[in-house]
Design a protein around this ligand. Structure first.
Ligand code: C2E
Ligand code: CA
Ligand code: CA
Ligand code: CA
Length: 279
């Protein structure tokens, strides 16, 4: 009926208004939070399966509210990308990661590689390479210890310019890893056409390897293929001893996941590294 139609229309707009309002609120909160230094960076160890040594760490941004609560990147990265806030936020993460590299240097752990996630919006910035290189230079760091994590879809937006950009980064001595490997639509295409150092096998493949025979097959095959191509492999989201045993059998060398450690504040990562040692 007419009345019903009006009614649902009313509810629809009301709900929309609430969503739009929430978005605007979150955006202005983020802008303020960046000024107030509420963002912080945690680091999650990537561990060598054989020795347990820390080969590197992944930088993961957190929003620490004044009340002490932590907001997960899944809840603000998408909006940060929509609004362009990801650009200054990403620069902050990179700069903070450079500071962490200096700290690792200072405690005799200069071998630890630091990985930083790049969002598609950041990757598309004309001055990306310049921004990354100048951040390294400003902090007196060797580019060889920086790895940039890029997802498959980021590279597919404009293949030719992506290849050119990656080549430029690689020429500077920066490493490139493909994040969430296997979740895109043309994973093999990347391996053939992009200068890739590392594949990060997505958690969705790792999760059920001990119970799902085809997941196990896929992971084993990815590891074998990467090895034949001379590309490193990191298994993401590893949580159990059983998964570790299977990955060991498959010849996987690097593990990132709660089994070894959650993402930690820098001081706690240092404690972890000191208790375990580096690669
Ligand atoms: P990602 O790059 O795939 O990062 C790995 C995510 O998996 C992290 O979530 C990490 O905490 C989580 N993780 C690691 N090991 C395990 C495990 O064993 N089990 C489970 N269940 N989860 C595990 P986090 O920190 O919440 O980050 C989520 C996503 O947000 C990241 O996924 C990345 O896409 C994005 N992100 C985080 N920090 C940044 C950043 O600085 N810049 C950009 N552009 N994106 C970021
Ligand atoms: Ca990542
Ligand atoms: Ca990932
Ligand atoms: Ca992911």
């Amino acid at each position: 009926s007419k009345a019903n139609g009006k009614n649902s229309y009313f509810l629809f707009t009301k709900e929309m208004n609430a969503r739009v309002f929430k978005r605007i609120q979150l955006e202005s909160d983020m802008r303020q939070a960046l000024k107030d230094q509420e963002f912080t960076v945690f680091f999650q160890p990537k561990v060598q399966l054989g020795s347990g040594a820390v080969e590197g760490v992944e930088a993961l941004v957190r929003w620490q509210k004044p009340d002490g609560s932590l907001m997960s990147p899944a809840d603000f990265i998408p909006l940060a990308e929509e609004t362009g806030m990801i650009v200054p936020l990403g620069e902050f993460v990179l700069e903070t990661s450079c500071k962490a590299m200096q700290v690792f240097d200072g405690i005799g752990c200069s071998d630890i590689r630091v990985s930083v996630n790049l969002s598609p919006i950041q990757f598309q910035q004309d001055d990306l390479v310049e921004m990354v290189v100048s951040s390294l230079e400003r902090n007196g760091l060797s580019p060889s210890k920086l790895e940039l994590e890029i997802t498959e879809s980021t590279l597919m937006t404009d293949v030719q310019s992506s290849i050119a950009k990656l080549n430029l980064l690689v020429e500077h001595g920066i490493s490139i890893s493909i994040d969430d490997f296997g979740t895109g639509h043309s994973s093999l295409y990347y391996l053939k056409n992009f200068p890739i150092d590392v594949l990060k096998v997505d958690r969705s493949f790792i999760r059920d390897i001990t119970t799902d025979a085809s997941d196990a097959q896929i992971v084993e095959t990815i590891i074998l293929m990467a090895r034949n191509l001379g590309i490193g492999v990191v298994a993401e989201g590893v949580e159990t001893k059983e998964q570790i045993e299977m990955l060991r059998e498959f010849g996987c060398e690097l593990i990132q996941g709660f089994y070894y450690s959650k993402p930690l504040p820098l001081e706690e990562v240092i404690t972890y590294v000191r208790s375990i040692g580096t690669a």
